[in-house]
Design a binder for this molecule. Structure first.
Ligand SMILES: Cc1cc2nc3c(=O)[nH]c(=O)nc-3n(C[C@H](O)[C@H](O)[C@H](O)COP(=O)(O)OP(=O)(O)OC[C@H]3O[C@@H](n4cnc5c(N)ncnc54)[C@H](O)[C@@H]3O)c2cc1C
Length: 488
């Protein structure tokens, strides 16, 4: 007979792990079930072509893991995860060979932007001065005010006039900022995409856009280690198909989308809530392409080769046009592409002249096209000769991404459209969206606030809700590494 546990967590993405760690740190008996053979969800790495070259299957770059309240306290660095800062946080090549570069240093970025430097400074500098408050506001699910009230006011002053790009004179800075806004994967510009541009944009000059040495899986491994160290058990290769399989748990936390909540709960959910879940909308898809290449990417503008992340989309108007088509479901031949050559920042990722290249293209939800040729031609436009360096390639169409991970419905890596409404009300309009009408069931995935990205906050906030409502524990547990806590 299965022994009783306090909490079962279904799914081991960064949010499932953050939920499980928080619950175990509060003294509960926790078990985790992960359908895949390894933990990590969007933090997994895999060797696709060569045993000794690891590719990031999903996430590769971690501004939010560097900044989020969960990870600030969990302290990845103290646990041995080296967050490596690229020389250039992100770069944006233009069609004529010029490029926008966002350096970790704000002054260097403003110098590089020339006449648009002062406007960039005007946007970013005050946000940097209130960065913790801003991050805490965003990542707290916008349901509580941060200690630093200036942060949301600064944000509102930048967002509400809806003129983020209007103060620029040239075309480099608008393209650079629009490349960041496009991380919202949707129509441009909107309030939600402008907010993403400011959040991620200012972090490039603050906590940074780092890559973990060795790949994203390093983050999952230290989270799983902490869970086990606090008595948690992890079952991989364990796909849960019904809540009935978890009757031995007093609480169940689902690192899944609303569709899976409906499937797992069967007819236990009240019909109004079930109807609301069915109305949850998904956004455009991502089509992932991984390459094994023989040399660094031969960018026309060599400065681009110093960047951790590269945005390929051209001018801000071209990006807005392509993203608009993608949202409407029209496939385009020149989609917005995000690219990372991890060995630029972490030379250990390359071996014997072979290195991984990670990229994905924004495409319509459910797009069946193999992205390899599409992404390769986008890279070739800014790095002619790239194709000659490719030793092997592998593409995953947006249509097939949810076979790998059911949370990415139709390839939507945001686990739900990032419209303004759905950024705040995920998956339904509730003050505590992590709770469901079933007193023992909580949602903890990126389909809840604050949404996608590796920050652990959806899981952490869901766990705090479960602690309060199911176990009567109101005090948030410490997440610090045990050695740091013991040293005090
Ligand atoms: C191609 C790609 C690139 C990305 N790049 C970045 C990036 O660079 N930086 C960044 O911050 N974010 C990035 N993201 C987004 C980030 O990976 C996700 O937002 C994040 O992983 C969401 O975490 P999660 O815990 O909510 O869910 P996930 O990471 O999706 O994990 C959910 C887990 O639950 C498991 N599961 C689901 N159903 C069941 C079930 N019934 N039984 C058992 N297990 C189940 C799944 O197998 C999976 O392991 C990227 C995503 C993709 C796909």
């Amino acid at each position: 007979m299965t022994s009783t546990v306090d909490a079962a967590v279904v799914g081991s993405g960064p949010n499932g792990l953050a939920a499980a760690v928080t619950l175990a740190r509060a003294g509960l008996r926790v078990e985790m079930h992960e359908a895949a053979d390894v933990v990590g969800g969007g933090l997994r790495c895999q060797s696709y072509f060569d045993g000794d070259i690891r590719h990031d299957v999903c996430s590769a770059v971690h501004p939010m893991a560097a900044a989020s309240p969960f990870f600030r306290e969990f302290d990845l660095t103290a646990r041995g995860v080296e967050l490596l800062a690229p020389e250039v946080g992100y770069a944006h090549p233009l069609d004529d060979g010029r490029a926008g570069l966002a350096f970790p240093d704000l002054d260097a970025t403003c110098d590089h932007l020339g006449e648009d430097g002062p406007r960039w400074r005007q946007l970013m500098e005050p946000l940097l001065q209130h960065s913790t408050g801003l991050v805490d506001f965003f990542m707290g699910g916008q349901r509580s005010l941060p200690d630093d009230l200036t942060a949301p006011l600064l944000l509102a002053a930048r967002l509400l006039p809806r003129r983020l790009l209007r103060g620029f004179r040239g075309d480099v800075a608008p393209a650079l900022l629009t490349g960041v806004a496009a991380h919202a994967v949707g129509r441009l510009p909107t309030l939600a995409s402008d907010a993403v541009a400011l959040l991620l944009g200012h972090l490039a000059h603050g906590a940074g856009w780092p890559l973990p040495r060795g790949g994203s899986e390093r983050i999952a491994h230290v989270m799983a280690d902490d869970l086990r160290a606090h008595g948690g058990t992890i079952h991989t290769g364990s796909r849960i198909t019904s809540l009935g399989e978890l009757r031995h748990a007093r609480a169940v936390l689902l690192d899944t989308g609303p569709g899976q909540l409906l499937d797992l709960a069967g007819d236990r959910l009240p019909s109004l809530y079930a109807r609301q879940l069915r109305r949850f909308r998904y956004g455009p898809g991502a089509a992932k392409a991984d390459f094994l290449v023989s040399e660094p990417i031969p960018w026309t503008n060599p400065e681009v080769g110093r960047a951790g992340t590269v945005h390929l989309g051209g001018s801000h108007t071209a990006i807005a046009r392509q993203e608009g088509l993608t949202v409407r479901g029209t496939p385009t031949g020149e989609p917005f592409v995000l690219l990372v050559d991890p060995a630029v920042t972490d030379p250990g990722r390359a071996r014997d002249g072979r290195r991984p290249v990670w990229a994905y293209a924004h495409v319509p939800n459910g797009d069946p096209r193999d992205p390899v040729a599409l992404v390769r031609s986008r890279i070739e436009k800014y790095a002619p000769g790239f194709g000659d360096t490719v030793l092997a390639a592998r593409g995953v169409p947006a249509r097939d991404l949810d076979t790998y991970n059911p949370n990415y419905v139709g390839g939507d890596i945001g686990a739900g459209a990032m419209t303004l409404y759905q950024s705040l009300m995920r998956p339904v309009a509730r003050f505590d969206p992590w709770r469901t009408p079933l007193p023992d069931v909580f949602l903890c995935s990126a389909s809840t606030p604050p949404g996608p990205g590796v920050h652990g906050m959806c899981g952490h906030l869901a766990a705090l809700s479960a602690l309060r409502h199911r176990f009567g524990i109101r005090r948030a547990p410490s997440l610090e590494p045990v050695a740091s806590a013991a040293a005090r």
